[in-house]
Ligand binder design. Sequence first.
Ligand code: FAD
Ligand code: NAP
Length: 338
Amino acid sequence: MEILTNQSVFQYNTFGIDVKTKYLASFKNIEELKELLQSPLIQEEKKLIIGGGSNVLFTKNYEGVILVNKITGIDIVEENEEHVLVKVGAGENWHEFVMWSINNQYAGIENLSLIPGSVGASPMQNIGAYGVEIKDVFHQLEAVEIKTGNTQVFNHKECAFGYRESVFKNVLKDQFVITSVTYKLNKKPVYNISYGAIKQQLEENNVEDLSIKEVANAVIQIRQSKLPDPQKIGNAGSFFKNPIVSQAKFEELKQKFPEIAHYLLPDSTVKLAAGWLIDNLGWKGKRVNNHGVHSKQALVLVNYGGSSGEDIYNLSEDIIASVKEAYGVELEREVNIY
Ligand code: FAD
Ligand code: NAP
């Protein structure tokens, strides 16, 4: 395990930001991780765990250690007629794990196809798409505490999952390294195709016999048609979360904006589509120098090449201010800022 100094983070973040980190190292198993955490050179430095770098924005050089998680392995640890418990190394690629589960006929994560990044980051913000969130299939995870090097198991309740949230994104932020995640997948699929454009895409594909593979294919097609490929245009997916407002606030907004995109939630609050709020103010497709708002999805900020994280952050500030002024709603960033 080599600890490198003064390295560019360019290849470790999908936004394509080219700043430096004071130290950089990677680990392939828990023993290597613990050894790194005890290394005198970096013991006192602040630490950041990186998987695929698809949900981070670096606004300046990182004055600490970036540890890249490369723990692999997919193991079935328990099985019955209905379910299978699969323990997955945190450094496995998320989409490749989804494909593995589909090839093995295990259902539950097909709607989460083509989300970039690592398995270890999936509980971090309770990744979600098309009406499914990781919390729906989560069993438990193992994590190493950075300060003590102790291993701890977190069950569902202890992760405190919320909308694009978990305990690791707030109270315990940057305090634990998630080393494996165990998911409970179904042997008998329960399809969730009512969300977004899935049904329409399945019809276009002339699907007669529904299967998890067909659902995954539909999700992949929709995503490829709408979202910028980070290999071609730097981005970190949705930059902002969808705001949730009270019924009273929603009624007030509906008077002024009858077309406002919204979804009633079970607790009677209302989720507003942040993409609609931003698009309605004319931001979609707007380009400032080498960065801007994606032309097909106003929630996604993009780096066309060579922009700084600070520039992109400043654009997000402008969007937040403009949304606040127009609707009186405070947008929250989904992307982790460093
Ligand atoms: P990173 O960017 O490496 O890290 C993100 C955060 O998690 C950081 O704070 C990091 O320190 C922490 N972290 C990472 N790994 C660990 C670990 N092992 N232990 C502790 N902390 C860790 N997200 C969705 O929810 N739904 C989507 O549909 C979706 N679509 C996307 C589409 C595109 C094109 C892109 C670029 C992003 C999208 N995202 C989506 C965001 C992103 O893919 C997810 O948040 C993903 O889980 C990030 O994984 P990562 O390994 O790249 O995390
Ligand atoms: P979309 O289908 O055009 O829908 C726009 C918004 O409306 C989404 O944000 C979604 O909220 C919400 N929505 C749609 N149908 C809904 C329903 N039946 N009930 C409740 N809310 C509904 O969105 P899209 O941009 O193409 O994205 C499709 C899915 O992929 C969404 O779930 C989105 O969250 C996910 N995605 C996430 C990221 C990311 O980086 N986080 C990036 C791309 C796509 P939700 O976002 O709450 O689901």
